[in-house]
Design a protein around this ligand. Sequence first.
Ligand code: NAG
Ligand code: NAG
Ligand code: NAG
Ligand code: NAG
Ligand code: NAG
Ligand code: NAG
Ligand code: NAG
Ligand code: NAG
Ligand code: NAG
Ligand code: NAG
Ligand code: NAG
Ligand code: NAG
Length: 715
Amino acid sequence: MKTQSLAMAVLAALPKVLAITPEEMLSANRYSDAVPNPSGEFALFTVSNYSFETGESASWWNKLDLTTGDISVWTTSTDISEVVFVGPNPTSIIYVNGTNAEGDGGISLYSADANSLEDATLIGSLPAPYSGLKAVQTASGDIHFLVYTKAYPNGTAYNEALASTPRSTGRLYNTIYVRHWDTWLTAEKNAVFGGVIKGANGSYALAGELTNYVTGICNVTCAESPYDQSDQSDYDISPDGSTVVFLTKDTSLPLANYTADVIYVVPFDGTKDDATPINARGSTSYPDAQGAATSPRFSPSGKHIAYFQMNGINYESDRNILYVADVDSENFNVTSLAHDWDRSPDSLVWAKDSETIFVAAPDLGRERIFPIPLSADDSYVPKNITNEGVTAGFYVLPDDSLLVSDSKIWTSRDIYAVTPEGEVTKTYFQANLVDAGLKGLGPEDVSEFYFSTNTSEIDQQAWIVYPEGFDESKTYPLAFITHGGPQGAHFNSWSTRWNFKVWADQGYVVIAPNPTASSGWGQNLTDAIQGRWGSYPYWDLVHAWQYVNSTLKYVDTANGIEAGASFGGYMTNWIQGHEMGRWFKALVTHDGSTSTLNQYASEELWFMNHDFSGPFTEQGFKAGSPYYDWNPLLHVDQWATPHFVVHNELDYRLPVSEGILLFNLLQTHGVPSRLLSFPDENHWVLNRENSLVWHTEIFKWINYYSGISNATSPY
Ligand SMILES: *[C@@H]1O[C@H](CO)[C@@H](O)[C@H](O)[C@H]1NC(C)=O
Ligand SMILES: *[C@@H]1O[C@H](CO)[C@@H](O)[C@H](O)[C@H]1NC(C)=O
Ligand SMILES: *[C@@H]1O[C@H](CO)[C@@H](O)[C@H](O)[C@H]1NC(C)=O
Ligand SMILES: *[C@@H]1O[C@H](CO)[C@@H](O)[C@H](O)[C@H]1NC(C)=O
Ligand SMILES: *[C@@H]1O[C@H](CO)[C@@H](O)[C@H](O)[C@H]1NC(C)=O
Ligand SMILES: *[C@@H]1O[C@H](CO)[C@@H](O)[C@H](O)[C@H]1NC(C)=O
Ligand SMILES: *[C@@H]1O[C@H](CO)[C@@H](O)[C@H](O)[C@H]1NC(C)=O
Ligand SMILES: *[C@@H]1O[C@H](CO)[C@@H](O)[C@H](O)[C@H]1NC(C)=O
Ligand SMILES: *[C@@H]1O[C@H](CO)[C@@H](O)[C@H](O)[C@H]1NC(C)=O
Ligand SMILES: *[C@@H]1O[C@H](CO)[C@@H](O)[C@H](O)[C@H]1NC(C)=O
Ligand SMILES: *[C@@H]1O[C@H](CO)[C@@H](O)[C@H](O)[C@H]1NC(C)=O
Ligand SMILES: *[C@@H]1O[C@H](CO)[C@@H](O)[C@H](O)[C@H]1NC(C)=O
């Protein structure tokens, strides 16, 4: 174990470079959230970075001493993929080793003391690539744990490394929903498994087979938990190890049409046949609660399970409402807390006394933490206890305060402690103060404004991000960035895909507006997008742009560019065919939609069915149907502004043909254009080398057309 202070080591090597380049942003450290041990002595978090010189990444675990604030390297072993605090002492851990001695594609579990990791002992091997470890110590001293992996339809865990390869690659489907995100669906589905580790006080051994609680709960569809691309946030184990809770899509409904979830409770030593739904549709006192659910969590007392659920049965962006189920009561006596609060929280943590639930919710461009007492009635309005940033994770410390990890536009990770009353008592870490690539970034790089528009009673917000060395008496070309979703928002958070400061430091003032559909300003603003893709948000962007044009004298709108991904790419294509298209010197569409007709080539049909106010088969392709009215293709004769197109082959949300269609039409129409496509990327560009090419080529294009560069060509 190394004890050298990481912060010191990095500081000494700081070069005096201020503007952040794509290379610096992409190679800089990336941090997980910091998880404290049960006594609050220290917290562990992972770090990884990348060298463009060697093409290699490095990753390790850090240990943050919560008393002194010292940060040291805990281990550089890349074998350790997960750690949970469980066992006789507050420093006892069990970790997942992502490999095992058999080398069969499975994993192994080890027990250790976090203060003497070198003495770790092997508990046992599991013959499949399980992850998502949750574990508690029972009264007997045994440890009960949960993990998940894919399972065959017969319930046996699936291990790709051992599976035989069929001679044909054909895929056959009888019902829709054949692929999701970047993966074609197969018969193997995620399942939560429970296991027992016998032997208290360190001499542990795996006892018996793991129990699959999920596979076989089937009706119209079969249960899957965690759901598809989700993770261990979809299940939990009670503090005494006696009970398991997990959620799955409602098995009485077809998967492609509905987002409804059912949460099941099952005895730890039970089977799928013992699984009882908490929130089957219509079974609670909340008949409207029909939609997607998330985050079932046992209270520390074990008496309650808190979770979120939306109302809309085919909507993924409805308001999350917080519910609490009584584990011991007949029918679980589900009650809601702060039912009418006009925010949509998406993560939760119980207070130690089980009387308060801390939730994090999008709020005015930040993701803030709010305590909600169990006594909260429908009209209770929670008060935030954090302010800037977007929360990545938060945990209750023994003194009842929270250890919060978040990020901001100017820092990739801050770690601090805050009391339940909102007083920040200790700031442990600020990445922008220690990471060489982030040097010079700070809150002064960012501002915001509210503008009035003709679609909402409330004013709408936009972020301003200034370039390095910003001088208000000079002018800088506008970089106008449109967000995806459309339900979603531009937040005060760090991004490695759309990092506003990296764009600004090319020499732009970045304006990132939050128009109709944005989350964090109440559900009405979010919901107003339905059936209105080409009207409300477009009008809002016009208003935001006009505000900038008339108010922010340091912004050179005449040489501005616009860029967006996903819905933002759709909007860019819409802008290209409308008046606003002529206000920009260049446009960038990343994985957008070119023909709304093709939206039915997407995977999550409920999304289109909701956003375009009904399925295509009902709406048809005629005037008055949102599929028709908001189709960018109808305006192809107006296209004129130089346009950079990115579309990736593994994008099944918006298939690559959308980008090719856009590029083909731009080229046949004589509009300067360029196509960039990655065969190994999905809706996002994640590989750092690919991302560097993405940044380099897009910046060449926009810097040429905005006049920032003196290059003689945009290539
Ligand atoms: C990544 O982190 C390692 C360990 O701290 C350090 O030696 C290396 O210089 C870092 N690389 C980059 C590109 O920051
Ligand atoms: C992880 O497992 C491998 C294979 O059994 C073993 O060689 C290695 O030492 C283990 N590492 C740790 C940190 O447990
Ligand atoms: C379950 O199915 C898989 C794949 O067909 C097979 O390898 C495995 O032996 C089966 N398990 C049981 C318990 O039948
Ligand atoms: C475990 O150790 C504690 C004290 O360290 C002791 O009280 C307890 O009896 C031990 N349990 C077993 C099962 O050995
Ligand atoms: C299966 O779904 C149908 C509705 O499609 C419902 O009537 C029936 O009760 C369900 N059965 C089970 C076991 O959930
Ligand atoms: C699911 O959606 C498809 C396509 O719109 C439709 O044909 C089918 O009737 C829907 N099924 C249900 C149960 O709503
Ligand atoms: C159900 O929960 C509510 C709110 O906690 C409580 O007032 C009520 O007494 C409970 N009812 C039953 C039957 O337990
Ligand atoms: C709560 O949010 C407001 C903005 O709505 C902010 O001014 C305030 O500082 C936040 N409170 C705390 C305790 O962080
Ligand atoms: C949301 O819209 C509904 C229907 O127009 C209205 O009754 C309600 O007052 C609005 N809510 C807010 C918070 O503006
Ligand atoms: C709202 O404003 C936009 C942009 O100025 C304009 O095109 C649109 O017609 C306006 N809508 C209404 C209903 O007035
Ligand atoms: C932007 O502002 C300039 C200067 O005030 C004005 O001349 C121009 O018409 C405005 N552009 C648009 C599209 O409103
Ligand atoms: C562009 O050319 C001008 C005049 O030659 C020079 O001052 C400026 O630094 C150049 N800018 C870039 C980005 O090369």
